[in-house]
Structure formats: C-alpha cells, structure tokens
Design a protein around this ligand. Structure first.
Ligand SMILES: [Zn+2]
Ligand SMILES: [Zn+2]
Length: 90
C-alpha cells in the first residue's frame, strides 16, 4: 500500500494545479456539482492514479477533466467521509 499522498499538499500550490483547477471550475460554472453552492469551491479527484513503474501517484494536474469535479467544502467533506477515493494502479 503506497503512502497515500506524500507531498500532495504542497503540489496543490503548483501553478499547473491552479490552471487545471480553474479550468474545472469554469467547466462546472463555478458551482458545486452536487448542491449548486458557489463559495469555498474545491476540485475533487474521483480516483487517484498510481503509476506502478514510477512507484508514485500522478501529479494532481495530470488527470483527465472527467476525473475531476467541483464541490463545495461541505459536499467535499461529506463525500470523503462516505466514500473512499479508489486508487487505480496503472
Ligand atoms: Zn455542495
Ligand atoms: Zn476530494
């Protein structure tokens, strides 16, 4: 079992993530896709891809748009407490 995120937190300040994140927010009309709330939005990964050959997770921005969705803080927290994000080994 790989270490869940390692330095994921720091990666979220990366320019490439900021760009990816804003493109997802625009696609989702700057609203939570579950409840429509428009504040405190976060972009959620519906799955994590672990690259077996490199023994590490893909960078957060290195995902196709369809694996990313815009959620408000409360839907995001609720989602994470109910469901475990699947890890796909590639
Ligand atoms: Zn919401
Ligand atoms: Zn999430």
């Amino acid at each position: 079992m790989p270490d869940k995120h390692g330095s994921y937190g720091a990666l979220l300040f990366d320019r490439r993530w900021k760009d990816k994140r804003s493109s997802i927010l625009i696609r989702d009309n700057n609203k939570c896709v579950i409840c429509g709330f428009a504040e405190g939005l976060q972009v959620h990964h519906r799955q994590y891809l672990y690259v077996t050959a490199l023994k590490k997770f893909k960078s957060p921005w290195d995902y196709s748009d369809k694996t990313l969705i815009t959620l408000c803080n409360s839907c995001h927290q609720r989602g994470h407490s109910k469901f475990k994000v699947p890890i796909i080994y590639i």
